[in-house]
Write a protein that binds this ligand. Sequence first.
Ligand SMILES: *Cc1c(COP(=O)(O)O)cnc(C)c1O
Length: 361
Amino acid sequence: MRQAIAEKWQISGDGYFTKYSQRHLETLLGAPRVLLTSSCTHALEMCALLLDLQPGGEVIIPAFTFVSTVNAFILRGAKPVFIDIRPDTLNLDEKLLESKITPRTKAVVVVHYAGVGCEMDKIVEICQRHHLPIIEDNAHGLFASYRGKPLGTFGVMATQSFHETKNIMCGEGGALVINDPRLTERAEIIREKGTNRSQFFRGQVDKYTWVDVGSSYVLSDVLAAYLAAQLEASDKIQARRQEIWQGYHTALPDWAAQNGVTLPTVPSYCQQPAHIYYLLLPSLDYRQRLIAYLKQNQVTAVFHYQPLHLSPMGRQYGGAAGDCPVTEDLADRLLRLPLYYDLTAAQQNKVIDLIHNFHDR
Ligand SMILES: *Cc1c(COP(=O)(O)O)cnc(C)c1O
């Protein structure tokens, strides 16, 4: 970052560090094209634009995800069709997928919760049969894989987040992963305010002009420099995060069994990226008591997504209690434990000791 500023390199978008980070991600994922964006939210908006969604088109989206996964498609006038999750991985329940597909369905959005892959074999098979594009919101899943294939390479497009809360971050930032090369040219145009600026800089056209709809989805090269440094340190960051994740997973099974608590399920064919370590507690009450107890002892543990179909906005799209029973149940019982690169062994041991001493039934 110091280099980006001191050497007076281009610090708007698409400078040296943007290109460096994009190439790094293309190699890591084995994806034909990656474009850095100002956020994962904006990368999702680009997906919705690239799908040419029309008002009335339906998009199938899990009820257990971040608001951006849905907003991007609503902004194009699409109707979200919420689908429930599996009780084990908390991912879209592929057994329900066909029942949600109608003649108006335009796309299926999958979210790999905690970076544990959705059942992609089945989902890809269903979507191919119905000629439906898959979009992967892979905000949690950088470095993760399903049956050896990186998450983010299953959909026509995938999105990554480099928000401060993610494993690899630059404050605010994201990326669009383009797995279908037919979408690349238009993606570059949409990202550059609807102009063919990218082609102009490559010398492919002799002037740059307004050719399509678009917006400003480019990341500043100052932030890309921060991101490049994080990507270079990713082995170290990931190794430490894995150590912490495994630390919880090794220490908690006996306590969990005695207290009716479920630890994360990771199928043997999924490699998870140590993004989230969560507990599924017996009840909402139990969770609130555990949060309060940890807080009294200076430990912050937080819950996660609330069911989107039951939010004020979700209800405007017809969401009602009982639509997604697994989401409704688990959202109330999930608790995330502290997991970040700087967490010390002593701090983690304190969290584990506190939990071991919590018996509340
Ligand atoms: C963090 C997150 C986003 C949003 O990412 P931003 O980069 O903050 O826009 C979207 N979807 C999921 C699943 C996320 O966890």
